[in-house]
Ligand binder design. Structure first.
Ligand code: F6R
Length: 242
């Protein structure tokens, strides 16, 4: 596992975006695994700028997002499909049909998860998977105690994760406690993994991820077992490291 510690969130976003840009320059038809949340927002901004400046194209790219809330329509302002369209897809030259986000309103969620796994396989697997990390060490919505070989499935969110994400919802708005998520085994199948994290509230999770034992108590710790995983973090997030 390669650890890159940079001064601040802007440097993390710039480094992360450059990784994606280089990947797309080397392989224009890359399959990307993508994340939502606050962590990748600035990275996507830089990627959009690079595409709009003609530095790189996403016309041949296929994407698979990590997760989606169960019970939210794609049009809901807090659905991850809406997030991706807003922050990236609508602003670049990607074919919307080549962007895949799990369907939060699926009538048969488990079937949708199996179909998602099959689709990733059909596309030859994920070349580069972008990840954030939860304060409790989750990746995707694989909460602590998730099987380290899990596949795409329905997952109950922990109270901590629900609380952490409450900031995105209106005070009296329905906030799902269930999500569809790629499994840890699914994530680990990616040829390369890039995790970005900033801020002191991620320091404890990163300490367990990098220096702790590999354990389902900290799902991100499995990245120690990946041959090509890079963690790009800022100084504040690196505070707990020895
Ligand atoms: C989002 C995802 C989550 C987030 C994590 C961190 O698609 O998979 O694992 O990466 O919850 O969220 P932020 O970046 O908002 O702190």
């Amino acid at each position: 596992m390669r650890i890159v510690i940079l001064p601040d969130p802007a440097a993390v976003a710039a480094f992360g975006a450059q990784q994606l840009i280089s990947q797309l320059q080397q392989k224009p038809s890359s399959v990307l695994g993508l994340a939502t949340g606050s962590s990748p927002v600035q990275l996507y901004k830089r990627l959009v700028q690079a595409v709009q400046a003609g530095q790189v194209s996403m016309a041949e790219v296929t994407t698979f997002n990590l997760d989606e809330y169960l019970g939210l329509a794609t049009t809901h302002s807090q659905s991850y499909r809406h997030f991706m369209n807003t922050h990236l897809f609508d602003q670049v030259d990607i074919r919307l049909a080549a962007t895949h986000v799990l369907d939060g309103l699926s009538s048969d969620p488990q079937k949708a998860c199996s179909a998602y796994e099959a689709l990733i396989r059909d596309q030859g697997g994920v070349d580069l998977q972008l990840l954030g990390i939860g304060r409790n060490g989750h990746i995707g919505f694989n909460e602590p105690s998730s099987s380290l070989v899990s596949r795409t499935r329905v997952k109950t969110l922990t109270e901590d994760t629900v609380a952490a994400n409450r900031r995105f919802f209106q005070p009296d708005e329905f906030q799902p406690h269930l999500a569809l998520t790629m499994g840890i085994g699914t994530i680990m199948d990616a040829k390369q993994i890039l995790l970005i994290a900033t801020g002191q509230d991620k320091a404890e999770a990163l300490r367990h991820t990098i220096e702790g034992p590999v354990s389902a108590h900290c799902p991100a710790s499995i990245l120690q077992m990946h041959a090509k995983a890079t963690l790009v973090i800022d100084k504040a997030a690196a505070q707990g490291l020895q």
